[in-house]
Design a protein around this ligand. Structure first.
Ligand code: ADP
Ligand code: MG
Length: 361
């Protein structure tokens, strides 16, 4: 069940954070960011190391204060707010980290109970809440174990339980899966999805991993040098990237497009015409491709490619060897171009394409 209501819960307004770097040089870690996170969504912020993602997310709970501009959280402008006035805002925000930040001297239950102690809950209520939370994250059997005895995935489950303890509206996840192996990453992402769907909590996911955004984020901002360079629906941003940095992220998730060297080998190995056909749910599907080829009496053999999901919708490309009379192949190509994007690599005798073609995406 999608829980997004469309109302703004976090609003960055020309928000900037400037640090004093070495030799008095300024570091514009966050540089004039304007964006709204909507209540009930999973919002992704993706970028390479140093892009400013952690600083951006730390502005939300005022672990860092803006140098200029404003951050408004659930209707409260954080600019210039005293520590006392920040307390109720922070109570509505949970945070999890790459390194889990658990207290090694406390058991799992003790870690989850910690924020409840700080908030003054009675021992009886704490016990009940901790049990409920450990059940939710699936580690009820580890209540009395110390963090040192846990796997990375279990530690992050404790981190999530602790972050949810006081019923926040917002969960901030800063590289929460970056220290985990792919399978554990998948489990933790599924848990974050449950946090969003079942508890209605807005989740802001900070990551340098395309797979994280691809699998759970509804909307995404791509950050580079402190700025948001692309913003929108995750599918739209990744199926039609306009920035080089976004294209690089897309290509890490899906190696569907043949490189120049691969295209050369394909042309040598296959006598027919080699073409790459885009597959997505707006402009084309493999059924479209099959249909067009049949219509023109052209044989198509899939020789390279891949289709994956972005935001639960199909996305990728297929590279196909077309075999048939020249006229029929030409007509089939025109037919394909009318439904989707097509890159014609030609044949071994008559190769087509710029030297760097195929490396974009
Ligand atoms: N406390 C700080 N003092 C000085 N520079 C900082 C500080 N925190 C972050 N930076 C700098 O700000 C930039 C963005 O950092 P960060 O927000 O951690 O990026 P990311 O999380 O995307 O890797 C980097 O150049 C980093 O070195
Ligand atoms: Mg970071």
């Amino acid at each position: 069940m999608p829980t997004a209501t469309g109302e703004t819960i976090i609003s960055f307004r020309e928000a900037a954070k400037v640090f004093d770097g070495r030799k008095g040089a300024e570091v514009r870690a966050v540089d004039g960011v304007t964006l709204d996170v909507r209540a009930g969504e999973i919002f992704g912020v993706i970028g390479y190391s140093g892009a400013g993602k952690s600083t951006l997310v730390r502005l939300v709970n005022a672990l860092e204060r803006t140098t200029s501009g404003a951050v408004v959280v659930d209707g409260t402008d954080l600019t210039g707010l005293s520590e006392a006035r920040l307390r109720p805002v922070r109570a509505g925000i949970g945070m999890i980290f790459q390194q889990f930040n658990l207290l090694s001297s406390r058991t799992v239950a003790g870690n989850v109970a910690y924020p409840l102690e700080v908030a003054g809950w009675s021992a009886a209520r704490r016990r009940e809440r901790v049990r409920e939370l450990l059940d939710f994250v699936g580690i009820a059997d580890k209540a009395d174990v110390y963090p040192a005895k846990l796997s990375g995935g279990q530690k992050q489950r404790v981190g999530i339980a602790r972050a949810l303890a006081t019923n926040p509206k917002i969960l901030l996840a800063d590289e929460a899966t970056s220290a985990l192996d792919p399978e554990t990453t998948h489990d933790v992402l599924a848990l974050l999805q449950r946090v969003n769907r079942e508890l209605g909590i807005t989740v802001v996911v900070i990551t340098h991993e395309m797979d994280v955004v691809r699998s759970i984020c509804h909307r995404v901002a791509v950050m580079e040098h402190g700025k948001v360079v692309e913003l929108g629906d995750a599918y739209q941003v990744f199926s039609a990237p306009t920035q080089e940095v976004t294209r690089r992220f897309v290509s890490t998730a899906l190696k569907d497009r043949p490189s120049v060297a691969v295209i050369e080998r394909l042309r040598t190995r296959h006598a027919g015409r080699i073409v790459t056909v885009g597959v997505d749910d707006v402009t084309g599907s493999s059924a479209h491709v099959t249909h067009v080829l049949r219509e023109h009496g052209v044989d198509g053999t899939i020789v390279y490619g891949g289709i994956t999901e972005v935001a639960e919708r199909p996305y990728g490309s297929l590279t196909v060897e077309l075999v048939g009379p020249d006229d029929a192949v030409r007509a089939a190509l025109a037919g394909l171009r009318s439904v989707t994007d097509v890159v014609d690599h030609g044949t071994a005798r008559d190769p087509l394409g710029a030297p760097d073609e195929g490396n974009d995406r």
